[in-house]
Design a protein around this ligand. Sequence first.
Ligand SMILES: [Fe+2]
Length: 358
Amino acid sequence: MKRMEAEKLFADLVEGTRQQTPVPFIERDAERVLAAIQTAAVFWEVVRLSNVPMRFLCDFCNQLINGDLVVASDGKLSLTDKGKELVEALEIAPVQEGICNACEGRGIDISKFYGSLIEKYSEICKDRPEAIQDYDQGYVTEATSLASVSYAWQRGDLENKEIIILGDDDLKSIAAALTGAPKRVLALDIDTRLIEFINKVAEREGLKNLKAVWHDLREPLREEWLKSFDTFMCDPPESIVGLKAFVERGIMCLKGRGCAGYFGLTHVEASLSKWAKVQKFLLEKGAVITDLREDFSSYVNWDYIKEMRSWSWLPTKALPEHLWYCSAFHRIELLKDVEVENPRLGENIFDDEEVATN
Ligand SMILES: [Fe+2]
């Protein structure tokens, strides 16, 4: 295939996808998908490696399939001869991965912070409540939770600090309290199963600084939580409304300047346009992103994969066998004092055009 012919074909594919998809889609996104398909066959691996929203990844894959550039079956994608000619003519290289085996790419050694407590935490997590779709749950691996807390410790946001966790299906409150380092750990969640579980663990393990309280984050926060913590952690829904709601509530809980917050954001359900909105929102709130770790958090495959909305978009359907849903770990720090608006939010904070796992 000649370069000019390939460029024309590529431009048509991008335009065709743009017309199909409600999410902003650019040439670089198409390149990312073609790079990932060269490295991995399994669809879920392509999702992970391409770092693009599933919404337009699926739309673009269907364009590729209709154009005889890709064949899809049994949950796998592969380039046809014509597809191979296209990527060669366009000089799109495969994705290269060099993840450190020791830390799974997180850049932190949890054994230095936890030692034998790693096993203790694992034992506690054995009886955890399973993720349910009602609250957009899906929890991270144990190593992710321990690494998040270790990371906060390393950044001076844990020891002798007061920590609030807004939504804790990841059981990070337990991971934090187990270290004995924080002055206080408070977990808020809407799921009574989690509240009971965390409080039972706190009692059984003698973790006096740990407490879980039922709270629906659509509702205003209690007065006693406002401006009362040094650090917040949350794993917000990926809709822009939900994300802002969680992070904004987190910020409201901080005592003021110099306090820090942690949250995750994916590519699976958030385009770079959404990332830009989040970053603008943070700056408006007086917060600056100090640390950003790509693919820090890995999520354990949840039971409701076939019920999530993106199942119907898939170019080929098969359940994932490995971890594929990852998020980028963000640390923010406040540059100015907190302005508390504490509104009640609308019913549906989980939805927007990019959301895939509802
Ligand atoms: Fe490493």
